[in-house]
Design a protein around this ligand. Structure first.
Ligand SMILES: [Zn+2]
Length: 230
């Protein structure tokens, strides 16, 4: 979520920032323009009229406004986001993300916070694996994650109706595909991965990446709809 907020801020989507008696407000341009406000004093007080904000959940728009205010007031330095580069740290972060991708057991009033957990968990996994270099070990590791996550979707009771976990799996698949392009010696192995049946066609996605000249992530992967408990 932080990375998404950072993207919003960096791409100038936080607009019309103003100070109010209580804190700050702005229009944040998401899928539509959202009105966002933050308290100056209380870290957990804020509002956004997006879906999540209306349900009293912290959203990326509020975080983006927080970032914008920090930058404007000179309270932050530009930091390069750090992705771990040693395999143990990567695995630890992935494991922590995996633990957040849990079955949904209701009640429906916790659905939003449940979705947020999925979002955070998927984000952790995506951030963790980003800098893993192309080699045999890492390719095997990424594909094992694809299979593990698919299993969670298939019979782990995960309610991925927002498609967050599906999107995370696609990133893993894309990275496997990239490995095969970068290191031709890995291609045969990665092609072998594509023979597995993930149950959701992720193997076809991989084949597509292997066959296509250049790898472009689909703008909107169609995620599997599981467990329609809503
Ligand atoms: Zn929002």
């Amino acid at each position: 979520m932080f990375e998404r907020a950072q993207k919003l801020y960096e791409s100038g989507k936080v607009q019309k920032i103003s100070e109010t008696p209580h804190g700050y407000e702005a229009t944040v341009q998401g899928s539509s323009p959202y009105h966002v406000s933050l308290s100056r004093k209380h870290i957990d007080h804020g509002y956004c009229d997006c879906y999540m904000g209306q349900n009293d959940e912290l959203c990326k728009h509020m975080l983006a406004l927080g970032l914008a205010v920090l930058h404007l007031s000179g309270k932050t330095k530009e930091t390069k986001e750090e992705s771990p580069d040693n395999p143990d740290a990567v695995k630890q972060l992935v494991a922590a993300g995996m633990r957040k991708i849990k079955p949904y057991n209701g009640p429906s009033k916790i659905w939003f916070s449940y979705q947020r957990e999925l979002d955070v968990g998927s984000g952790m996994i995506e951030a963790a694996i980003k800098n893993l270099s192309a080699n045999k070990e890492n390719a095997k590791y990424l594909w094992s994650l694809v299979l593990k996550l698919s299993k969670k979707l298939a019979n782990g009771g995960v309610d991925d109706s927002d498609g967050t976990v599906g999107g995370c799996i696609i990133s893993l698949v894309v990275q496997c595909g990239k490995y095969a392009k970068e290191k031709p010696e890995l291609k045969a192995m990665v092609m072998k991965f594509a023979e597995d049946d993930t149950g959701f066609g992720f193997e076809d996605e991989l084949k597509e990446h292997l066959n296509n000249g250049d790898i472009t992530q689909k703008s909107s992967p169609t995620p599997p709809l599981i467990n329609e408990q809503q």
